[in-house]
Design a protein around this ligand. Structure first.
Ligand code: DX5
Ligand code: ZN
Length: 215
């Protein structure tokens, strides 16, 4: 299992220490949640922080934009050094164009679905993206409870990916722990985002190892 710890739950007063832990861990990616207070009812951090993180972190940066009009910020995301840019389906009336812009900027494109947005809406875009991010909580906050219907969505998405010949990987974000992680692995998830489960753990390296060992 690919693990993408979510920086939102890190200790921002000790960011270098937490990033050093990530560098020493089995995580392959680091998940960065950008919020605008409009699309989601919270504000997190922006591009200067991600640039700083990029300088200190050896893992692939997986940027999750929870903002309206993400097409305005493709170059800013690229300039942080991030390799994956996730945009929400719900804010992209011209999703095909945004995906092309992300590719033209040299990044992998991810499309993200809120819990109530059906997987079937991806039929005509899934072959163009490298990643689909399924939200298993309503976006905006760390530490929320996993929504069990996500397991059905993972299975449906796996079928859609097979039917369309897409190479997209399935990533899940929200309420992931050892129990829900195992269920998600069985359903077909390939990347797990985990905030509180990793950063609030007594032994974050062991928490990452537990998720990484799932298959
Ligand atoms: C929620 C964010 C998540 C969050 C996950 O809006 O997109 O990435 O950090 O946190 P946990 O794993 O604690 O639910
Ligand atoms: Zn996220």
């Amino acid at each position: 299992m690919i693990v993408s710890p979510s920086l939102l739950s890190a200790d921002f007063g000790n960011l270098e220490r937490d990033l050093d832990m990530i560098n020493r861990s089995e995580a392959q990616m680091l998940h960065l949640d950008v919020m605008d207070g409009v699309f989601v009812p919270n504000i997190s951090f922006g591009f200067p922080v991600i640039k700083y993180v990029q300088q200190l972190c050896t893992k692939q940066l997986d940027v999750h934009l929870m903002i309206v009009e993400p097409q305005k910020f493709v170059n800013e995301v690229r300039d942080t050094g991030a390799t994956i840019m996730n945009v929400h389906y719900e804010v992209c009336p011209h999703l095909d164009r945004v995906v092309q812009q992300i590719h033209d900027a040299g990044m992998k494109a991810g499309v993200t679905l809120n819990p109530a947005t059906p997987v079937s809406l991806l039929r005509d875009i899934v072959a163009q993206v490298e990643l689909v991010l399924l939200m298993s909580v309503n976006p905006g906050f760390g530490g929320q409870k996993f929504i069990p219907n996500t397991l059905n969505k993972v299975r449906e998405l796996a079928r859609l990916i097979e039917e369309t010949g897409s190479k997209a990987v399935i990533e899940v974000d929200g309420g992931v722990n050892d129990v829900t992680g195992r269920q998600l692995a069985e359903a077909g998830a390939q990347v797990l985002v985990a905030g509180n489960y990793v950063f609030k753990a007594e032994d974050p390296l062991a928490a990452i190892h537990t998720l990484a060992a799932l298959s």
